[in-house]
Design a protein around this ligand. Structure first.
Ligand code: CP3
Length: 369
């Protein structure tokens, strides 16, 4: 490690991600630093989205907002950034308006040739590394810091669609019409993700999550062809690169939303994130013994919309979620990490988020046997 950081006092997340059974489930929430928080909206009044990402002090401030508000309740911080900083590093212009918008998306495989062959990750994404280092110091060891990247398929989809899209028609057409050019693009994105994730650990990230949020748009065959090989390359090459650079081999999490859990589990990550359509008991049956007999930790998976349902529903559904993960744990997986099944949305009352966290603390506690 190139730098000294304060000692970690709450390592529940890291223990669970390594497969250890913990006294209660660690909990964090995707998009925990986001528009549902009034303090986030206040910062956004005077700062553009990517301006915040590019400023280590602002990114640290935003990352810390939920940690301060929910002190003692959240078990991890996730660095404030976006998956689309990778296409930006590849020379593409992206603005947030209010969703992401690419000014010049890829239309044909010839457009890929216009992107620079070599990307200097340290130079293009050094601001994320600085933000991670500053955040890790600011956290003072309270909770671990999560770094992340988009997965190659999800990033390719945005680079071709130019923003969100209902049908993914443009990007999926590439897969069927130009499979070889698609693979070349996916390889190029993968190369950057690997360097980017290794750089994040060097800068202070203690766990890495790869977001393949659009995995569910692909059939199992297409996911196996156009996503899985690159996800595997990331897991293998990040672990190898960390060893070579004598950096800690941190736990890796894959959130492949909508993908078949047995395929996602075969990518070789320590933890797989589940969305709310999956029952952890079913998933546990297929995740046992996939990698060298090692059990995989599961993360998830409350439907984010439950947070609009009022206290009674939140308590009931968290209880249900905890008992499903507890049953799953008696089977294949020894540990789990509580989260929503996707990101928290802008209209949630921050007090309801607090109640959700309190319920997880209460109902995920392991009954003494
Ligand atoms: O989880 C966290 O708190 C860390 C920060 C984070 C953001 N985006 C902040 C953000 C992370 C991990 C992401 C990942 C991300 N970004 C994904 C993968 C996860 C997922 O949700 O599926 C994707 C697909 C993106 C691309 C992206 N960025 C979209 C589609 C949007 C618009 C979404 C919306 O809610 O309207 C964004 C914007 C974005 N990224 C916001 C935040 C807090 C809201 C933008 C704003 O402040 O105006």
């Amino acid at each position: 490690m190139t730098q000294e950081f304060p000692t970690l006092t709450n390592d529940l997340l890291l223990r669970a991600a390594r497969g250890e059974q913990t006294e209660r489930a660690p909990v964090w929430v995707m998009r925990q630093a986001g528009r549902y928080l009034p303090e986030f909206r206040k910062t956004r009044e005077t700062h553009e989205f990517f301006e915040i990402c590019r400023s280590p002090t602002l990114a640290t401030e935003i990352t810390m907002q939920p940690i301060r508000r929910y002190a003692g309740l959240l078990d991890a911080a996730i660095i404030f950034s976006d998956i689309l900083v990778v296409p930006q590093a590849m020379g593409m212009e992206v603005i947030m308006n209010p969703g992401p918008h690419f000014t010049d998306p890829l239309n044909t495989p010839a457009d890929v040739e216009k992107l620079p062959r070599e990307v200097d990750v340290e130079k293009e994404l050094g601001y994320v590394f600085e933000a991670l280092t500053l955040t890790r110091k600011t956290l003072a060891g309270q909770v671990p810091l999560i770094g992340f990247s988009g997965a190659p398929w999800t990033l390719m989809m945005y680079m071709i669609e130019g923003g969100g899209s209902q049908t993914r028609q443009k990007s999926k057409t590439w897969l069927f019409k130009h499979p070889e050019a698609s693979k070349q693009l996916l390889e190029r994105i993968t190369d950057i993700c690997v360097q980017y994730l290794i750089g994040q650990v060097n800068a202070g990230a203690q766990l890495l999550q790869v977001f393949d949020s659009n995995a569910g748009d692909l059939s199992p065959y297409d996911f196996s062809t156009f996503s899985l090989p690159y996800l595997k390359r990331i897991a293998d090459e990040v672990r190898e690169g960390l060893k070579v650079r004598q950096l800690p081999v941190v736990p890796l999490t894959l959130f492949a939303k909508g993908a078949s859990p047995s395929l996602a589990a075969s990518a070789g990550y320590d933890t797989i994130g589940l969305d709310w359509t999956l029952d952890p008991r079913d998933v546990a049956k297929v995740t046992d013994g996939i990698i060298d007999g090692r059990t995989i930790t599961l993360q998830g998976n409350l439907d984010p919309v439950v947070l609009y349902g009022g206290r009674e529903a939140i308590e009931r559904e968290v209880k249900r979620m905890c008992s499903a993960f507890h049953d799953a744990r008696r089977g294949a997986c020894k540990a789990w990490i509580a989260n929503l099944g996707h990101g928290i949305t802008p209209g949630v009352d921050p007090e309801d988020m607090k109640f959700f966290l309190e319920c997880v603390h209460k109902y995920s506690a392991v009954p003494s046997s």
